[in-house]
Design a protein around this ligand. Structure first.
Ligand SMILES: C[S@@+](CC[C@H](N)C(=O)[O-])C[C@H]1O[C@@H](n2cnc3c(N)ncnc32)[C@H](O)[C@@H]1O
Ligand SMILES: [Zn+2]
Length: 392
């Protein structure tokens, strides 16, 4: 395999060199390396560093495993930039050889251990303070072992957004045992379906979770879950599972905790317009961002200034400021529904706040509004604010 050297963060690694053939793709290389994920890795470095700070533990005594390492770039960054003891695993022989080469190349033999196993076998055999799951596609087949292995923090990337978000419904149901709905907030729904699956995997091991940071960026979902050991924490985590009921006709939605939908919602139609409601779940209804943690990640990004710093900060600022409410409304959908031409989204947010509601933007999409106002109040404010503008 021919390789070339790239720089990312503070480290340099060898990655597969695109050959001359026009059919070279990232996934056809014998070892996977995706330059687009630099942003994901920049946030990972900042998030893990922020997390270590709050534990107050010496970085060198914290273990981190990237159980699907490919070139090893993620773990090498964590060892080189945060100073953790890292385990870099991949079952692919070429990847394993490249991991070894990249560890040497960065002089990190003391802090990095290469490993060549099935990730599930490794996670069933060993425990790590931090486990990072970064598979091709769905992390579902690895959640059980990861929940067993991770002691303090579980980081998960999922690139199977179509099953998670409801675009490939049956596949999502098979993988996550949850029904998503392909609504305008399907990106958030996907994140919550993944979080629900992680919560259940952890609960089976008598562990609870505190979601520190969630972002859906480009084609993937990324979550950072602080693990809290103990049956009572596992129980309170499960209490944050529930369902969202949604009316595709008028946009009404509500959510309720619980795992038996008939008890949660009854079986009548939409209380707003009388049409049939659709149910999504079971999924995570708890908090998906911890503002203080997001603040710590922002500080780290500011200090470290990684390659994708600006983009990373923009995402995390939105994550920090978005309301703790499990759905959002699409501004364009609302305007179309109300027959008004969309004005600035900030005007709608201000109008909702002036009317005494909570309202914020969301990192999930530039046209999303999170609010505790009901659909009729939103419609009123929207019509008022944008009709008034069109009369000026
Ligand atoms: C998306 S890549 C990882 C990228 C890497 N973490 C990064 O940041 O560049 C997924 C890797 O998982 C490896 N893999 C897939 N299934 C595995 C398994 N069951 N056990 C170990 N490695 C696995 C593949 O060989 C591939 O190298
Ligand atoms: Zn309705």
């Amino acid at each position: 395999m021919s390789t070339h050297v790239i720089c990312e963060g503070n480290i340099r690694v060898r990655v597969p060199l695109p050959d001359d053939s026009s059919d070279f793709t990232i996934s056809s290389a014998s070892v996977f390396y995706n330059p687009e994920m630099e942003l994901n890795r920049d946030i990972t470095v900042a998030a893990i560093s922020g997390f270590i700070d709050r534990t107050g533990v010496e970085p060198a005594s914290i273990s981190y495993a990237d159980v699907m390492s490919a070139s090893g770039i993620r773990g090498i960054r964590i060892a080189g930039e945060v100073g953790l003891k890292c385990w870099l695993n991949d079952w692919n022989q070429d990847a394993y050889e490249l991991i070894q080469e990249n560890i040497k190349f960065n002089g990190l033999e003391e802090s990095c251990t290469p490993s060549h196993q099935n990730a599930n076998t490794l996670m069933h055999q060993e425990q790590f303070d931090i486990v990072d799951l970064d598979p091709f596609g769905s992390p579902a087949p690895f959640l059980d072992a990861a929940a067993r292995s991770a002691r303090r923090l579980l980081c998960i990337t999922a690139t199977d957004t179509a099953p998670l978000c409801g675009a490939h419904l049956k596949s999502g149901i098979r993988k996550y045992a949850a029904v998503p709905l392909n609504t305008e907030y399907h990106r958030e729904m996907g994140a919550r379906v993944l979080l629900g699956a992680a919560a259940r995997a952890l609960a089976r091991r008598d562990k609870g979770m505190n979601v520190l940071l969630t972002h859906v960026t480009r084609h993937y979902v990324r979550v950072y879950l602080e693990i809290i050991k103990g049956v009572s924490h596992a129980d309170s985590t499960m209490e944050k599972m529930g369902f969202i009921s949604h009316c595709i006709h008028c946009g009404f939605r509500e959510w309720e905790s619980g795992l038996t939908p008939e008890q949660v919602f009854g079986l009548s139609g939409c209380p707003n317009c009388g049409k049939n409601l659709k149910l999504a779940g079971p999924l995570w209804l708890g908090r998906i961002q911890e503002p203080d943690f997001c603040g710590a990640v922002l500080k780290e990004l500011e200090t470290r200034k990684p390659g994708k710093c600006k983009e990373a900060m923009k995402i995390v600022v939105f994550c920090k400021d978005e309301l703790n409410i499990p759905t959002f409304y699409d501004h364009h959908w609302l305007c179309k529904k109300n027959g008004v031409s969309p004005g600035p989204i900030s005007d709608l947010i201000s109008a909702l706040k002036d009317a005494g509601f909570m309202a914020s933007r969301t990192h999930f999409t530039g046209t999303g509004v999170k609010t505790d106002a009901g659909i009729n109040n939103i419609n009123d404010e929207l019509t008022f604010v944008f009709n008034k503008d069109s009369l000026k």
